[in-house]
Design a binder for this molecule. Structure first.
Ligand SMILES: [Zn+2]
Length: 52
């Protein structure tokens, strides 16, 4: 299946037997984030946690 990253609009192809593809199919609300954006977000989140 193809999934569009909500952050950078990149379209990635995910294998149909990938657990992520299954999750996206079962929960349409669950939006896809490409690995690059995911890393960017988690890096930001980690920084925020460190400041606290
Ligand atoms: Zn992205």
């Amino acid at each position: 299946m193809r999934a569009k990253c909500v952050l950078c609009d990149r379209i990635d192809t995910i294998a149909d037997d990938d657990p992520l593809a299954k999750r996206l199919r079962n929960r349409p609300i669950h939006t896809y984030t490409c690995p690059e954006c995911y890393n960017r977000i988690s890096a930001k989140a980690n920084k925020r946690l460190e400041k606290k």
